[in-house]
Design a protein around this ligand. Structure first.
Ligand SMILES: Cc1cc2nc3c(=O)[nH]c(=O)nc-3n(C[C@H](O)[C@H](O)[C@H](O)COP(=O)(O)OP(=O)(O)OC[C@H]3O[C@@H](n4cnc5c(N)ncnc54)[C@H](O)[C@@H]3O)c2cc1C
Length: 443
């Protein structure tokens, strides 16, 4: 069944597949530019646009990991989220605002902020929300036919891929335990976490990043009284924030480094220099993030690979900083000997009557074995299988319209975020999550 209203009129149709923060923001920016004669359809199964993986949580212990004053869906308004909270006089839960003034709000509020901005465009019909999942897309007479799981077929002139985070992967050691009631492979399953909080005494969390921190804070909020071991290859925790510091003068975009090692040396030198002016390391790292596109563009492929393999884990813990409220929970549990964050390589996992027996090799190379009441996987979305894990993306790859990027971080795109296919040249009317302005090139 083809959507008839989307065929009959003359304006080009932009189909945005995925209605998380990226898809909803893209729709918002396209919709408010009245000079663009477009109809915009967001294909998203979730009830609310803007929720996606990060902001669909209803768990009050899940907070944004940057202050609200630094989050926005409109770069022209630097503190968009904070301004919206103030304008709407949103009541914030106790402990949200720090003494220094920064607000780390509960993540569900971000979805409300996005939905509020998008509401007029949905009401006017300029944006339509098609509550479905896209299953496949094909090219027909220069347009795209998108088949959805509700049986509808959408005809579009341009497609924005905003499907982002794929489902989490399962480490090899747990591959045989997929059906175990003691293994929680998807840590966003709130009912399963609630059960662990009620019943378990000894829990293994696989992963030590921000998702692990979310899970641990959630268990703690729900009265979990037992012991947690958080295990990852390096046992690194996400670093914390610093506040009220001036901007660093560090510049990584002018004459950018041509190797991963040179980049690392420059960052270290910048941190040392900043320290002499009383700046914390966060100041230089902020500028690495700011200059990220230029840094990446200047690195040859082998050095990009080196950066990803050797430095990414360090980048992740410095770049994705933890909300202070969540950090305080982890610190309290560690101090009370109820949380151990440790480095190790998983060897085996076996289902027993009394729990899951897990063997890992610690830093010293010696094997450790422990039986856990429950194991929660928090290794995050499996970006390496972003195409294979999605029927929609697989159909596009089969048609030669997209392909995974060389380092398996996501999709291969041009500097302007046009999708690069295996056989077809980059398409002006085929655009992968990135800058919304590119969609203006729809012809
Ligand atoms: C747990 C977590 C917390 C985070 N916290 C923050 C934070 O505090 N601050 C910050 O700046 N960033 C945060 N991030 C980063 C975050 O990923 C981005 O800010 C942003 O939310 C990504 O949104 P997205 O729309 O690109 O992806 P997603 O949130 O993954 O949304 C993709 C959407 O596409 C839909 N979809 C997928 N396949 C299809 C299909 N075939 N058809 C139709 N729809 C489909 C999904 O249902 C989903 O709603 C966090 C990330 C995570 C995972």
């Amino acid at each position: 069944m083809t959507s008839p209203d989307l065929r009959s009129r003359d304006e080009p149709v932009v189909a945005i597949v995925g209605g998380g923060f990226t898809g909803a923001s893209t729709a918002f920016h396209l919709a408010r530019d009245r000079s663009l004669p477009l109809r915009i359809v967001v294909v998203e199964r979730r009830a609310g646009l803007g929720q996606g993986l990060a902001y669909s949580t209803a768990d009050p212990s899940h907070r944004i990991n940057v202050p609200a004053a630094r989050m926005t869906m409109d770069c022209a308004e630097k503190s968009g989220l904070q301004n919206w909270l103030d304008r709407r006089r949103i009541a914030l839960s106790a402990g949200t605002c720090l003494a220094t003034g920064e607000a780390f709000v509960q993540r569900g509020l971000v979805a409300q902020y996005v939905a509020d901005n998008l509401a007029p465009h949905l009401a006017s019909g300029r944006v339509r929300h098609l509550r479905a999942s896209a299953l496949a897309a094909r090219r027909v007479a220069g347009r795209f036919m998108i088949a959805c799981d509700d049986g509808s077929e959408l005809v579009a002139d341009a497609v924005v891929i905003a499907t982002s985070h794929p489902p989490p992967g399962v480490p090899a050691a747990f591959a045989g335990l997929a059906d175990s009631p003691r293994l929680i492979a998807d840590s966003s399953a709130a009912d399963r976490l609630a059960e662990v909080a009620r019943q378990a005494r000894n829990v293994l969390v696989v992963g030590t990043g921000l998702t692990a921190a979310d899970v641990i804070a959630s268990l703690d909020r729900q009265g979990f009284a037992g012991r947690i071991t958080a295990l990852s290859r390096r046992g690194l925790r996400s670093r914390g924030h610093a506040f009220g510091y001036a901007e660093s003068v560090a510049d990584f975009a002018g004459n950018p480094a041509r190797s991963a090692l040179a980049l690392l040396r420059r960052i270290r030198a910048a941190v040392r220099l900043d320290r002499q002016s009383g700046l914390p390391w966060q100041a230089a790292l902020d500028n690495v993030r700011r200059d990220g596109s230029a840094i990446w563009a200047a690195l040859p492929p082998d050095q990009r690979a080196r950066l990803v393999h050797r430095l990414r884990v360090w980048w992740d813990i410095h770049r994705f900083r933890i909300a202070p409220q969540v950090e305080a929970v982890l610190d309290r549990l560690i101090a009370g000997h109820r949380l151990t964050v440790t480095a190790g390589r998983l060897q085996t996992a076996r289902q027993l009557d009394e729990g899951i027996a897990v063997v890992w090799r610690g830093r010293d190379g010696r094997p450790r074995r422990e039986v856990f009441d429950a194991v929660i996987l928090t290794t995050g979305p499996a970006h390496g299988s972003v195409v294979a894990g999605s029927a929609f993306l697989s159909s596009l790859a089969d048609a030669g319209l997209i392909r995974p990027d060389a380092l398996h971080l996501g999709l291969d795109v041009t500097q302007g975020c046009l999708a690069v296919g295996g056989t077809a040249p980059p398409r002006r009317a085929f655009w992968s999550q990135g800058r919304w302005r590119a969609a203006m090139s729809v012809s």
